[in-house]
Design a protein around this ligand. Structure first.
Ligand code: NAP
Length: 273
């Protein structure tokens, strides 16, 4: 059981989307929230809001894709607020394309932001957590890491990588008193999904970002290894799809997910994004 109150929590991707909700929920539970993202103005606005509500937060504008510079982020945090107790690797990017239309830079930037930066940040923070005999690593993955999302294949690969890395790390740290959790949100009424600008496929549940944030806090407190946001039936369905991927392909076509993602890719490409 990890108590969140009084803990220093480093949260990447705090400037918008689900990250903002996680920051607010952490501050409400009396954590000291270290809000990291590139957009300085958005971070400062969030920190002001948290402080006005009586919480504690600081903002550190930082581009986590510059992985070689992550030691300076850790040093900045340590000097400003002290050692990190909990890290939440939440920042991510996604870009929809038929796979052959990605550039090498698209592949590299997605894997770096979504996977390598979280690994490197955790690698830098872990020795201190292990030494203290307490800490928690939370990686925000996605249902797309459980079943590949067509036209979002690089993002899916990054999230699958995050899930398996977390799974291995949890086993390595089993006797260390450092908790490790992967959270797999489904469609969430915030951030990337809203930017998507299209409705969810038929039968897909859309979660509220505050529910995702609360589930993350619960997972830290109870040291859950893996959390899937869309309930037990979705968990069963994803397990079955692992056994029979062709069934999953048909299901994704039937609920309209494949077509939706293709439309998203088309829209992004014609908008030049
Ligand atoms: N929304 C959904 O439906 C959904 C579903 C499944 C999983 N997820 C996962 O949930 C997490 C949050 O998603 P979201 O929807 O809130 O996304 P979002 O609104 O796009 O927010 C992503 C966050 O990451 C930050 N970020 C991106 N690149 C960065 C970089 N190089 N350095 C530092 N920060 C960076 C962004 O801030 P700046 O641009 O200011 O840097 C932003 O704060 C992600 O891991 C996502 O994969 C979301």
């Amino acid at each position: 059981m990890t108590h969140i109150a009084g803990k220093n929590v480093l949260l990447t991707g705090a400037s918008g989307g689900i990250g903002e909700y996680i920051a607010r929920a952490l501050a409400k539970q009396k954590a000291n929230v270290i809000c990291v993202a590139r957009s300085q103005a958005a971070l400062e606005k969030l920190v002001t809001e948290i402080e006005q509500a009586g919480g504690k937060a600081i903002s550190i504008p930082f581009d986590i894709s510059k992985v070689e510079e992550l030691p300076s982020l850790v040093e900045q945090v340590t000097q400003t607020i002290g050692s990190v107790d909990i890290v939440i690797n939440n920042a991510a990017i996604e870009k929809y394309r038929p796979f052959q239309d990605y550039s090498l830079d698209d592949i590299r930037s997605t894997l770096t932001t979504n996977l390598i930066s979280g690994m490197e940040l955790t690698r830098l923070l872990l020795p201190d957590m292990i030494g203290k005999g307490s800490g928690h690593v939370v990686n925000i993955a996605s249902g797309s890491g459980k079943k590949g999302a067509p036209y979002n294949s690089v993002y899916s690969a990054s999230k699958a990588g995050l899930i398996m890395w977390t799974d291995a790390l949890r086993q390595e740290l089993a006797s260390s008193n450092v908790g490790v959790t992967v959270v797999c949100p489904g469609y969430t009424q915030a951030g990337m999904f809203l930017a998507f600008g299209l409705s969810a496929p038929k039968m897909a549940r859309v979660s509220q970002p505050s529910d995702v944030a609360n589930a993350i806090l619960r997972a830290i407190e109870k040291n859950h290894g893996e959390v899937m946001l869309d309930g037990f039936l979705t968990k069963l369905l994803f397990s079955y799809i692992q056994l029979v991927p062709d069934f999953g392909d048909r299901l994704y076509r039937w609920i309209g997910l494949t077509k939706l993602n293709q439309t998203r890719a088309f829209n992004q490409m014609s908008g030049g994004k």
